[in-house]
Design a protein around this ligand. Structure first.
Ligand SMILES: Cc1cc2nc3c(=O)[nH]c(=O)nc-3n(C[C@H](O)[C@H](O)[C@H](O)COP(=O)(O)OP(=O)(O)OC[C@H]3O[C@@H](n4cnc5c(N)ncnc54)[C@H](O)[C@@H]3O)c2cc1C
Length: 376
């Protein structure tokens, strides 16, 4: 494993760094209205596309650039260093579902606008009673000729408030084993019968939503894969959710830790051995995460598809993010709560669901226990 940039990657990194300098919208963190955030998300996605930075690892035949996963890692790293607005990470894993399982017609119809940002997407998998146990999902899609009629509810759908379309899992057959009766439908969120209710997180971010389906009619031509193949599609999608994008969280954590060291110094806390120990532990956690991500990336570069080892990365990421934010609260003390450091409190809250979304820590441990052949 050699984690250094190749000459071509180093050139790409420098160009990208320069591009970020000139293209990150000024004062984007001050945009708090939902409408403002909607505009920001779409325009930032379109700017990245125009700059040539979307679909780096997609095959060329679908509008991508056919580059190695390391280029996506560099994009995430530099975006985070430059404090850019959130990258449209979903494009990579939702796009993979469509180009792996979609028909040629579906690929032509959906991939170009997904990549360019003209059409925004979300992932409608989880439900109130089906998060960790996703295969228990109860949203139904019943056939009426060439159409599915969808009824049910999705929960925690990130980006649904700003999305135009949804990669939706629904049950098309209740008579077979639960993971065999699920299908995947490409669903326009403006279809009659769909209601999107925002869930504003503690950080103040309206990142997720509940989505209700009431007799929503979806043509059969918008199903990807065959009927009952939804579980396989969902597993492909989630296995690509982690990976190169984790590099961005590492840069963010390093930036946060650096700022915390400065705050600790300004407050005279660096003389305190307990504070120094906490900062050192956060540093080690981030360093361990970064080595794990580098190892996973090198396996991807060697042609190995992501597997259960991604669970180790997810656990390390949750640990590093949540521990670093605990240290932040310890260093800031009452200032974290009395309105003097609102950003840090928001970041603390942002770190809490890291151990829940994309599969909770307990579920990651179950996956690893199975891999290691441990008793149930
Ligand atoms: C901010 C945020 C964004 C999200 N974005 C999306 C999205 O875009 N699309 C989407 O489809 N979903 C999304 N989710 C949903 C996420 O995937 C689920 O929240 C997650 O899978 C956990 O499911 P749950 O909330 O139903 O909790 P539950 O499954 O009810 O779990 C509750 C607790 O029980 C534990 N538990 C459950 N089963 C077991 C077990 N077998 N062994 C040990 N412990 C267990 C869990 O670890 C957890 O601590 C998001 C969630 C959050 C918080």
């Amino acid at each position: 494993m050699d984690y250094r940039d190749t000459p071509a990657e180093a050139k790409f990194r420098l160009e990208l760094r320069e591009w970020f300098k000139h293209n990150i919208p000024a004062n984007w963190r001050d945009i708090t209205s939902i409408e403002g955030q909607r505009v920001l998300q779409k325009s930032w996605h379109q700017a990245l596309y125009a700059g040539g930075y979307m679909g780096l690892n997609w095959p060329k035949e679908y509008g991508g650039q056919g580059l190695e996963a390391s280029y996506d890692a560099i994009l995430n790293d530099e975006a985070s260093r430059a404090d850019s607005p959130r990258l449209p990470a979903m494009v990579n894993y939702l796009g993979r579902a469509i180009f792996t399982y979609g028909t040629e017609e579906q690929k032509q119809q959906f991939l170009p606008t997904l990549l360019s940002g003209e059409v925004q997407w979300c992932q409608g998998f989880s439900e109130p009673g089906a998060g960790s146990d996703l295969a228990s999902l109860r949203t139904r899609a019943e056939r009426d000729g060439q159409t599915y009629v969808v009824n049910g509810q999705k929960m925690w759908t990130s980006g649904a408030l700003f999305a135009d379309w949804c990669l939706l899992l629904a049950r098309t057959d209740s008579s077979v084993a639960k993971h065999k009766g699920i299908s995947c439908l490409l669903t326009p969120l403006n279809a009659p019968g769909i209601t999107v209710q925002p869930i504003v997180l503690h950080s103040g971010d309206p990142e997720t939503a509940e989505v209700f389906f009431d007799d929503v009619r979806i043509p059969e031509s918008q199903r990807i894969g065959s009927e009952g193949e939804g579980w396989r599609i969902a597993m492909t999608t989630v296995s690509y959710e982690r990976g190169a994008s984790d590099t961005g969280s590492i840069s963010t954590l390093r930036r946060q830790l650096h700022e915390l060291e400065e705050i600790a110094q300004a407050r005279g806390l660096l003389a305190d051995p307990a504070t120094r120990q906490k900062l050192a532990k956060a540093y080690v956690d981030i360093q361990v995460l970064s080595l794990n991500v580098a190892q996973q990336l090198s396996m991807r570069l060697a042609g190995r598809a992501p597997g259960p080892e991604g669970s180790v990365g997810k656990l390390l990421w949750s640990r590093a993010a949540q521990y670093t934010m605990h240290v932040a609260l310890d260093i800031l003390g009452a200032d974290a709560l009395n309105g003097h450091a609102p950003r840090w409190l928001a970041e603390y809250f942002t770190s809490r669901p890291v151990s829940v979304y994309g599969g909770s820590s307990q579920i990651q441990k179950n996956i690893l226990a199975r891999m290691l052949d441990m008793p149930r």
